[in-house]
Design a protein around this ligand. Sequence first.
Ligand code: 5GP
Length: 349
Amino acid sequence: MRIETDLKLGFKDVLIRPKRSTLGSRAQVSLERSFTFRHTGRTWSGIPIMAANMDTVGSFAMAMVLARHGLLTAVHKHYSPNDWDAFALQLRVAGQDAWLANVAVSTGILDSDLERLDHILERHPALTFICIDVANGYSEPFVERVSAIRARHRNKVIIAGNVVTGEMVEELLLAGADIVKVGIGPGSVCTTRVKTGVGYPQLSAIIECADAAHGLSGQIISDGGCTCPGDVAKAFGAGADFVMLGGMLAGHDEGGGEILEEDGQRWVEFYGMSSKTAMERYSGGVADYRASEGKTVRVPYRGPVEETIKDILGGLRSTCTYVGASRLKELTKRTTFVRVTEQHNPVFD
Ligand code: 5GP
């Protein structure tokens, strides 16, 4: 047994220090970034915020709205190849084929997952991003699968995760990933830390993993733990290239969840992808050998996602003006975090 005594921080432990700046207005800030990916040399430009591949967030309807704003969606893995055909047709009819460039196809690592992935990619070669997603990215079979998928899909941009430490980021990048997804335990409907005691404070995970990835010309996605636009700004400030959001995008029309009404209040059900709810829906229940590591909650119904996107992007632009970053790319360099013991004034919470 060993104890690491270095302080590790989460979003709630810091604030971003304001700095003198020549920027007059938020309108002068550009949130667009361009990346070139290490294994393919392919490039992508847009606003590097991504909807999580959860079935009430990473839907086709969400992908359409986010793509319109230049954001990305990791579409969840429970759509069939036929569903993808219908989605692609919908984009074609709308004259928006180009939006496929802002969509990732998610997959697990079972043979059946990979067959489904092959079908979808064969039928829709314009899809660029593959998101290989497992709860624990530290397993050897996972790394082998990443290599196999890289060998099979040489011209795709591969996202792989989740991990939280630099050495595993390096291993996944060397195995064939272009982008590594970072986060174990911070998610809004995740119970991993409670069920297993395993996890890593998200801000420190981003700082350490971004350093490892950038050294190998890779990128990272900070996945999980953002509760407000300020947390998204802190994730970028810490060095995340992309930020993935689940809970912050839950409760909207586009997620496709049923809208429930009780005592005049409207709600939408939201659940973790390893919750009992998800396992019952997709895997015929919780297998005997495992515990669910996700919860099911009700979130207030929030209408169309458009306003929420504007709120997040507005917050981020404002962060950039507070520290003098005219482009999102400059935010990390312009960020000094201050350690704090309070975040906001709770009088009217
Ligand atoms: P959020 O933005 O809601 O804080 O976090 C979203 C992330 O939580 C997802 O992208 C995924 O990595 C993680 N997640 C989703 N469902 C589950 C679950 O059932 N269990 C765990 N441990 N993590 C989950």
